[in-house]
Design a protein around this ligand. Structure first.
Ligand code: NAG
Length: 301
């Protein structure tokens, strides 16, 4: 069976920055209703169909996407089966939540049950990232949609209940890849002309932290924050930087990603220290993906 980025079943290396985010009980069982809802923000790693509604080159509504999903047609997920967000949802007893734009198009907020997915292929922390794909919903706009959802929930259920729901829910936030591969590392990148790698990293981290604060102000408290994987090993970068023998591009790509992940994790640690009721789990995608690819036999192949 083909394996793509979204199909990993392995346990993520979860680093607890602040306690109280629980996925399973000690005996391995899942407490039903632990999280009343799940909200997903991110890029093509977790988009489940929002981009189907956009004029964009970043789309996955054609085969072979979705061949193992079980619906018999491509859902808009950029992979053969489920995304990591789908798996995390299943771990906590939440079936895949609908893409926000699909819900709007179909039932509207009447149909809201256990959460929403705002993720969009080609989206970045920075609004301009992914420009080469045209349509996409950047992090800032995903948060704008979420703020609207909150207003709607307040209207339907009252302030107190809406806030309680949002505070108890699980948030999956995965960004950063497109800020590198579809911005800084593009051959025609404007960002690379004006920022050193260090300055660009600082811009990403500062912007992302501002957005996490906005997410907190809207009402999120329990956040699973995804780090960026080893982008220097993906085919596009091997091609752009003329890899020899398929070796990962270390100094010009992976080093940048490692720097970003480290800085982002430290900034998130500072953030939860300032907000004691905010909980962040940092998922070290970089280490985990290297482990999957370099030691695949330990993970079932
Ligand atoms: C692969 O497995 C070996 C042996 O368990 C371990 O030492 C190494 O760190 C692993 N590599 C990665 C990238 O996780």
């Amino acid at each position: 069976m083909p394996r793509t980025l979204c199909m990993w079943r392995g346990t993520l290396l979860l680093l607890v920055l602040s306690g109280q985010i629980v996925f399973r009980n000690v005996d391995g069982s899942v407490t039903p209703g632990l999280y009343p809802a799940m909200f997903i923000f991110g890029d093509s790693l977790v988009d489940s169909g929002n981009n189907n509604f956009l004029a964009t080159f970043a789309r996955a509504d054609f085969l072979p996407n979705g061949i193992d999903f079980g619906t018999g047609w491509p859902t808009g997920r950029f992979c053969n089966g489920r995304t990591i967000a789908d798996y995390i949802g299943l771990m906590v007893g939440i079936d895949p939540v609908p893409p926000y734009l699909a819900l709007l198009q179909n039932q509207g907020m009447e149909g809201f049950t256990t959460g929403l997915n705002f993720a969009s292929g080609a989206a970045g922390i920075l609004d301009e990232s992914g420009y080469n794909y045209l349509g996409r919903i950047p992090l800032s706009q995903q948060l704008g949609y979420f703020a609207r959802v909150k207003e709607d929930l307040v209207g339907r259920r009252g302030q107190e209940e809406a806030e309680r729901l949002l505070a108890k829910s699980l948030y999956f936030v995965a960004f950063g890849s497109n800020d590198y591969i579809n911005n800084y590392l593009q051959p025609t990148s404007y960002s690379r002309l004006v920022y050193t790698p260090e300055a660009y990293q600082e811009l990403l981290v500062t912007t992302f932290i501002q957005q996490l604060k906005a997410l907190y102000r809207i009402g999120a408290r329990k956040i699973l924050l995804g780090g960026v994987g080893p982008l220097g090993c993906i085919p596009a970068e091997l091609n752009i930087f003329k890899s020899r023998n398929g070796r990962c591009i270390e100094s010009r790509v992976n080093k940048l990603v490692r720097g970003y992940n480290k800085a982002m994790k430290e900034a998130a640690e500072k953030l939860v220290k300032r907000h004691t009721d905010m909980h962040i789990l940092f998922a070290d995608a970089y280490k985990q993906i290297l482990a999957f690819t370099q030691n695949s036999s330990q993970y079932g192949e």
